[in-house]
Design a protein around this ligand. Structure first.
Ligand code: R5P
Length: 299
């Protein structure tokens, strides 16, 4: 068994390879001057079971194209089983039709992945628990919540002064699991977005707020959700606001945004590699390598 990886998250692949004692496979990924990608498998994979790790790079579309080519190249090279590790499944917020006339983009990605020959997928903290139903191949859905619980227990010695906060109603299931695990109370925010622009139009808080408000979300993209939640929490009695989110999508300018925001610290995982220019002083990165390597060791 070998672990191959695309160009999006080499360091996570290296950590998983080390923790799961799984050798890394060798690929040649070449970019033509016109922007097209050529993938070639260097190792012999005939009759082998292999895994490919690919997350999201700066461009989600080219990250997926590269993954499709890698799976295809491995299958054509004779691999018996090609499992995919996609720590952050791009397009997961487009998992159904919100307004008539829209494409279900996530379904297109899944169909393509299955069509090129992926035999299994392991992913992490999906936006909706309904997403696994879209797959026809076996899928494993892992969660970083237990890792967040450990960090919170370690950081906040007095949990009585803490409240967990879901910044939108979609995160209630997640926040309940973490609240049960830690034995702390939680509050929720009802957020409404303009479906056309993505702008947050209103936010309503429900629940008792304590000194340390810990926002927990599945991802940070522009940072607007966390920013709006933090303002609301500070207005309602919180002294310090912390943010935990599994996926650092960081689409716009999180360094500038978070450094000047009222959020004290931001915790994310390495499900997506955060390039140097998107890192900032308040950022802490928790590795999910252990979660994936444990899962691979089961095979
Ligand atoms: C939304 O439903 C998600 O759970 C996240 O809250 C959201 O996608 C984060 O995006 P942004 O950082 O752009 O507000």
């Amino acid at each position: 068994m070998k672990l191959f990886f695309g160009s999006t998250n080499k360091s996570l692949a290296e950590k998983i390879s080390k923790e799961a004692s799984l050798p890394l496979g060798e690929l040649e990924i070449f970019k033509f001057p016109d922007g097209e990608t050529r993938v070639r498998v260097i190792d012999n994979v005939v009759d082998e079971d292999v895994w490919v790790l690919q997350s999201r790079g700066r461009n989600p579309d080219s990250s997926y194209m590269e993954l499709f080519f890698i799976v295809d190249a491995l299958k054509r090279s004779g691999a018996r089983f090609v499992g995919t590790i996609i720590p952050y499944l791009s397009y997961q917020r487009q998992d159904h039709v919100f307004r008539s006339g829209e494409a279900v983009s996530l379904e297109v990605i899944i169909k393509t992945l299955e069509r090129v020959g992926a035999d299994k997928i392991i992913t992490l903290d999906l936006h909706s628990i309904k997403i696994p139903e879209l797959f026809n191949i076996p899928m494993t859905h892992l969660s970083a919540i237990p890792l967040f619980a450990e960090v919170i227990k370690e950081k906040f010695k007095n949990l009585d002064r803490c409240v967990l906060v879901s910044p939108d109603m979609g995160g209630i299931r997640r926040i309940k699991i973490l609240a049960d695990e830690l034995g702390v109370s939680f509050a929720t925010i009802e957020k409404n977005r303009d479906l056309e622009t993505g702008e947050i139009e209103s936010a309503k808080l429900d629940g008792e707020i304590k000194e340390n408000a810990i926002i927990v979300d599945d991802m940070i993209s522009t940072g607007r959700t966390i920013g709006a939640a933090a303002e609301l929490l500070l207005k309602n009695g919180a002294k310090n606001v912390y943010a935990f989110a599994t996926h650092p999508v960081f689409s716009s300018d999180p360094p500038i945004f978070f450094e000047s925001s009222s959020v004290s610290e931001v915790f994310v995982t390495d499900s997506i590699n955060v390039p140097k220019d998107k890192q900032f002083a308040k950022l802490n990165i928790i590795s999910v390598a252990g979660l994936f390597s444990k899962e691979l060791s089961k095979k």
